[in-house]
Design a protein around this ligand. Structure first.
Ligand SMILES: C[S@@+](CC[C@H](N)C(=O)[O-])C[C@H]1O[C@@H](n2cnc3c(N)ncnc32)[C@H](O)[C@@H]1O
Length: 274
């Protein structure tokens, strides 16, 4: 594992934000389809992370997806075109919500997709559960009192990692029996923090997919080039019975429905946070 990137991670985040912002509205071709990416919405062209995760997620045929932070909507729409029955997409950004709806319309899946604005699980009904829950998260931790300068900033920076903490802490109660949870995260963000956070909530992190890509950033006036790993983690149940047992019901200590299963093509990848 690389060390925490701290200031370098923030510099790369700021640079990506500026690059994405400058590009404005555009069409992006990804996974064999064309997508509209609107102003102030995260561009999947600026990093391999959207493609890595979207291509690797195990969309259950006839199943349901909850995508947190849908951005322009690629993952939810792609999943619906690859076997899902329905999906719910949530994003904190009104621009992202509108952009997700636009791409759903472009690809003919508006009937199967519900798009909600809000933070992490807040806009959901108390009993909403899903077969697959995923977030390609803003992975750069900034101070708790950081104020976003526009909607796109929330795609990169997570003040106090509040969003990621809410996801890791709450995802178990959003999984249907047999459901699986995944988180996209770059290793320039708080990967070590993420491992500890996952362990606190009875999860260990399994790398389901990854891709390394070179990134350049100006740090204190000097150009620095590093290799960034774009990672898709599965949250695998690693909890004692007391942590995972629902208030009512009769689940076992670590039921198959709580992330205990594996992607067959990922056997042998390394594990962190356990
Ligand atoms: C890295 S971008 C990923 C966008 C898209 N899923 C993709 O892969 O192209 C992170 C997304 O999470 C959204 N986001 C940030 N904080 C959030 C929160 N607390 N609740 C819901 N969405 C959030 C951002 O607005 C952004 O669209």
């Amino acid at each position: 594992m690389k060390p925490s990137w701290g200031g370098l991670g923030q510099a790369i985040g700021r640079q990506s934000l500026v690059a994405s912002r400058t590009a404005g509205e555009r069409m992006v071709v990804l996974l064999g389809r064309t997508w509209v990416v609107q102003d102030e919405v995260y561009s999947p062209a600026c990093s391999p992370s959207t493609e890595v995760s979207t291509a690797a997620l195990p969309y259950p045929t006839g199943g349901t997806l909850l995508e947190i932070g849908s951005g322009c909507g690629i993952t939810a729409v792609h999943g619906l075109l690859h076997g899902l029955a329905t999906a719910v997409a949530v994003d904190i950004s009104p621009q992202a919500v509108a952009n997700t709806r636009l791409n759903a319309e472009l690809h003919g899946v508006t009937e199967q997709l519900t798009v909600l604005r809000g933070s992490v699980f807040e806009p959901l009904g108390a009993d909403d559960r899903f077969d697959l829950v995923f977030w390609n998260a803003p992975f750069i931790e900034v101070a708790d009192d950081h104020v976003h300068d526009g909607a796109l900033s929330a795609a990169y920076f997570d003040p106090g990692l509040r969003g990621v903490r809410a996801f890791v802490g709450g995802v178990r109660s959003r999984l249907a029996q047999g459901g699986r949870a995944f988180l996209g995260f770059d290793d320039i963000g708080g990967r070590a923090v993420l491992g500890d956070l996952a362990a606190e909530h009875g999860w260990r992190l399994r790398i389901a997919a990854s891709e390394a890509a070179p990134r350049r950033a100006l740090v204190n006036g000097a150009a620095v080039e590093i290799e960034v790993d774009h990672l898709l983690f599965e949250l695998v149940c690693d909890a004692p019975a007391a942590l995972v047992r629902p208030k009512s019901g009769s689940w076992d200590a670590c039921p198959a429905g709580l992330g205990g299963s594996r992607l067959s093509h990922d056997e042998g990848r390394d594990h962190v946070g356990s």
